[in-house]
Design a protein around this ligand. Sequence first.
Ligand SMILES: [Zn+2]
Length: 523
Amino acid sequence: MNKIELYDTTLRDGAQSEGISFSVEDKLRICEKLAELGMQFIEGGWPGANPKDMSFFAKAKALKLKNSKLVAFGSTRHALAKASADKVLKGLLDADTRYITIFGKSWDLHVKDVLKTTLEENLKMIEDSIKFLRSKGRTVFFDAEHFFDGYKENNSYALKTLKAASSAGAQRIVLCDTNGGTITSRIFEIIEEVRKEIQTPLGIHAHNDSGMAVANSIAAVQAGCIHVQGTINGYGERCGNANLVSIIANLKLKLNVDCISDLALRELTEVARFVADISNMKLPDNQPFVGNSAFAHKAGVHINAILKNPKTYEHTDPHLVGNHRRLLISELSGKSTILKKARDLDLDLGKNDEKSKKILRKLQALEHEGYHFEAAEASLELLIKRVMKKFKDFFDLEDFRVIIEKRKTGLMTSEATIKLKVGKELEHTASLGDGPVNALDSALRKALRKFYPNLSEMRLTDYKVRVLNEKAGTAAKVRVLIQSQDKTDSWWTIGVSENIIEASWQALVDSVEYKLLKDSKKQ
Ligand SMILES: [Zn+2]
């Protein structure tokens, strides 16, 4: 158990996730990122079954993948056909990778009901296919599909399929819990039994249908598997594959098993977020190790304890996986959080209880109105600095007006006009936009541009609206969260009102003020 091989199948099994559709370009970018992390094997796709995957393998040749090896994936030959004439196997060879993984059936039910062939022929299909690919100079891994389910129902046949693969020269035999329904203790026992029969190094490929894929993969390693397959963030069909991000962190930090370097481990959070972004999936806040909330503390007593010793409420050091601790400001938390937050912002509240009490009272009042500063740390910073009079607004609004018009043709237009003052100078501008908030945003920037040219570096990247008291219907209060970004940072700001334009305006103003404040500190 000194060194474990990691095998990523985000680009093949992960791409089966509902809601994920990778372009060839997406796949190439993810592939490079996985290589940076030090993934030993990267399964690129199923050439032959999918023209996009063939084009990926052609283009991937130009990538610099350090020590990572690309793997092509496919099935065994068809029943009663010749391996040398089989289209799937030909597609695999055309992908031109040194490593090939083929999957074959190890559950007799599938042989009879799905392949509709004999148990004997299935063994030949496994053997022929591996021998054929090996005769072409390739290293072959064998994925024993549905192995655990097959073993539970007919262990002697399931073992025969492994023996066929082993004697044909497969370099790894990967035991798959394809339906994801096997319990952890059973995975462990079965692998121990298999090891008595099979000399070829074993791997595990677990699915998460029972919520146990990570635990099953770890148990497999403890039972003697040296090769672990999974996907970044656990993407995959149905409930997904085993999440390699959690597996890597657990192997490294809990079992002291070598799989990627300590330095690469610190990239884990970034890699998880990168792959989520490219996949157009939101990374769950509560994802272990790398989620935004994985080391976020909210309850006042927890925060109190964390400040004394982080070990009190953290199972590991967030920095080891490239994440960081967050202390959430909310009505649940007390003064110690405010003091810590102020320290983070280089503001010395010291033992000045009056000021921190004032901030706390203000926060509690705003939270009561529906503000939520956990998700809008930029607005929180501005709030604290405003209360402490450490910050002067960069502009003052005189007034704005937004006109929305719907024409008979169905065309909708939005126009915003804005009057504001920077110092003594009055600026008056108008702008069109895709919708009222966009019009207001562009009018605001247009008005400020000549005073603050650096605003051109900044753009809005996300806009979220949430209705707070749904029972009030269209008169309900809404909370608007806006994410903005420039070359180096991204930040969230908040606004709350019964009027969506007003709520958006508050968040827009904070986003611009935050950018200006941030840049003024650099000068
Ligand atoms: Zn799978």
